[in-house]
Ligand binder design. Structure first.
Ligand SMILES: [Zn+2]
Length: 291
């Protein structure tokens, strides 16, 4: 195993010799929202415990059985509430800034929900700041966190594709058991066990999501597809099925593995971790058949 870290940005855990080693798989995982290193310049107006509800806590750890099977994992170190790697760099919320942004900002449904590149509020509507942010703060978060993370993911996918010709990518997330008031456009929705998103088949050949959905359903899980989570910026950037890059967002219901208030692993954690290890094995075999 090789391990690389970028101080604020990420941990990259790569199997020895990847992707040239004989047991390497054409599969890459990333976890953009499980980071827990809260930078000192964050200065939010929300208590730490409340802030942590924005994390996909434990997600990178839940998938750690992938490494021994020849699959690398890129995991953010910065917390999602500091800057959200699953947004476009331009999704800046003008209401957060102490002066107007110098270039026009795109209309963004996520910004309207208060969940742009830098969040204005948590899922329940709690404001994150009692101050405005400077342009320097926004630029710093992009340069120290967002850019190195995306660069590392691009390099990992390119290296795997250079070896295998094709690459499959799972963008790993978690979701609350019930959607918060400002989490999505479906507040109060009770979530299934898993939601797979490939932006309606545009970021991956649908055969990938169907293989994963069928495997999970056979294990007794309830699986949604492209609803209420279609996949966002990371799969949009990473996926290009016509060019052999297949990118799938995978949301796990947090009730399966942790207490959603204390964030401590619950009695389901070990079973889920083992199921994800077996899922990686099944995907690994399936991807080899697609080469
Ligand atoms: Zn997430």
């Amino acid at each position: 195993m090789r391990s690389h870290t970028q101080p604020l940005s990420y941990r990259l855990i790569v199997p020895n010799g990847y992707p040239e080693s004989p047991d390497a798989l054409p599969l890459v995982l990333d976890s953009p929202h499980s980071g827990t290193d809260y930078p000192p310049d964050f200065a939010p107006a929300v208590a730490h415990g409340v802030l942590r509800t924005a994390e996909d806590t434990w997600v990178a750890d839940l998938w750690d059985g992938a490494l021994e099977q020849g699959v690398p994992m890129l995991a953010a170190r910065f917390p999602r509430s500091y800057i959200d790697a699953n947004r476009a760099c331009e999704e800046i919320d003008p209401q957060l800034l102490d002066q107007p942004w110098p270039t026009p900002l795109p209309d963004s449904a996520k910004v309207r929900l208060g969940k742009g590149l830098i969040w204005r509020m948590l899922d329940d509507g709690t404001p994150l700041y009692d101050r405005k942010l400077s342009h320097e703060e926004v630029h710093h978060r992009i340069q120290a966190c967002w850019q190195p993370y995306h660069r590392a993911l691009d390099e990992l996918l390119s290296a795997a594709q250079a070896r295998f010709g094709k690459v499959w990518h799972i963008n790993c997330h978690s979701m609350p058991s019930v959607a918060g008031a400002y989490a999505t456009d479906k507040p109060g929705l009770v979530h299934p066990d898993f939601v797979l998103g490939d932006r309606d088949g545009s970021t991956s050949d649908p055969a990938f999501r169907e293989m994963v959905a069928q495997w999970l359903r056979a294990r007794g899980y309830e699986v949604g597809v492209n609803d209420p989570y279609k996949g966002v910026e990371i799969v949009r950037r990473a996926g290009n099925p016509a060019a052999g890059r297949h990118s799938l967002q995978l949301e796990i219901n947090r009730k399966l593995y942790m207490d959603e208030t204390t964030l401590r692993p619950n009695e389901g954690y070990a079973r889920l971790r083992e199921d994800l290890r077996l899922l990686v094995a099944a995907i690994g075999q399936w991807t080899r058949e697609q080469l």
